[in-house]
Design a protein around this ligand. Structure first.
Ligand SMILES: [Fe+2]
Length: 249
C-alpha cells in the first residue's frame, strides 16, 4: 500500500518533483491531506496523481475560492502529461467523523484542532471526544460484521489535523493534543496515524514516532508511506526526490 500524504505546507520542490517524475506517482494507491492547504495546491496534487483522495479540514479551512486558473504547476502538469485535459478532480472524501473502507484498511478522520478562538473547525476536548466515540462505535460494528462473516480483519489508518496528547503536540492551547485521541489509539492500535497542524523548522526534517503499535507521522509538507506486510517505510520532504514512490511494491 502506497500513500501520498500532504499537510500544512505547500512544497514547491514537491511540485517540481511531480513535473519531472509523474510516472513514479502511478504506484500511489491513494492521496490524503491532513488539512490547512489551499484548494489550488490540493487540486494540483490530486489532479496530478489521479488516485482516490481522502482529507480532513484543518483550522484554516480550504475555502471555496475560485480555482486560480493561472496556477503555474497545475497548468504545467496537465499540459505536459494529460494533453491539456483538465479533470478538476478536487472532489474527494471528507473523512471527518467517518469510517471508510479502502482495500484492507479502515480509514477514519478527525478535522480541526483544540478551540482557541471562535473560528471554524475548532473543538474542545469534550466535543472531539464525541466524534471519537461515534467513530469508535462504527469501527466496532464493522469489526463485528467482519468477524461474523469470517472476513479478513482490517487495519486502521487515522487522519487527523490535530496531534495526539503527548505526541508531537505543543504547550499552547491551539497546538495541544487530544486526550481522546490517545485513548482511541490505545483501544484500536491503528497501523498509522497521520496528523498535521504542528509546524517545525530548522534542523528537524521530520517528526515520526512509534506509540505502542502505531506509527505516528506529523506530515507537515509531504510524506510518502509504503506499508508492506505490516512494515512501514516513510520518506519525507527533502528526501522524497530519491524516495519510495518510484519503486513498485
Ligand atoms: Fe492547523
Amino acid at each position: 500500500m502506497k500513500i501520498l500524504a500532504v499537510s500544512d505546507k505547500e512544497d514547491t520542490k514537491f511540485q517540481d518533483y511531480i513535473l519531472k517524475n509523474i510516472e513514479a506517482l502511478k504506484h500511489v494507491d491513494f492521496v490524503l491531506s491532513c488539512g490547512d492547504l489551499s484548494k489550488n495546491y490540493l487540486e494540483f496534487v490530486v489532479d496530478s496523481v489521479r488516485k482516490p483522495f481522502f482529507f480532513v479540514e484543518g483550522n484554516h479551512p480550504t475555502g471555496n475560492k475560485e480555482r486560480d486558473l493561472t496556477n503555474y504547476y497545475f497548468d504545467k502538469v496537465v499540459d505536459k502529461f494529460y494533453n491539456n485535459e483538465k479533470h478538476f478532480s478536487f472532489g474527494g472524501i471528507n473523512l471527518h467523523s467517518r469510517v471508510e473502507v479502502f482495500k484492507d484498511y479502515i480509514l477514519v478522520g478527525f478535522e480541526g484542532c483544540m478551540r482557541y478562538n471562535p473560528g471554524e473547525h475548532q473543538y474542545t476536548e469534550k466535543e472531539m471526544a464525541r466524534f471519537v466515540r461515534k467513530v469508535s462505535k462504527k469501527i466496532r460494528i464493522r469489526q463485528i460484521k467482519d468477524s461474523l462473516f469470517a472476513r479478513k480483519k482490517k487495519k486502521i489508518i487515522v487522519v487527523s489535523h490535530a496531534p495526539i496528547l503527548g505526541v508531537h503536540d505543543k504547550g499552547d492551547v491551539c497546538h495541544s493534543g487530544y486526550k481522546c485521541f490517545r485513548k482511541f489509539l490505545a483501544r484500536f492500535n491503528p497501523e498509522v496515524w497521520f496528523h498535521g497542524h504542528v509546524h517545525f523548522e530548522g534542523q528537524q526534517s521530520e517528526q515520526i514516532s512509534r506509540v505502542g503499535e502505531t506509527t505516528v507521522i506529523n506530515v507537515y509538507g509531504v510524506h510518502s508511506v509504503e506499508i508492506v506486510n505490516g512494515k512501514i517505510k516513510t520518506v519525507s520532504n527533502a528526501k522524497l526526490m530519491k524516495g519510495l514512490l518510484n519503486k513498485t511494491a
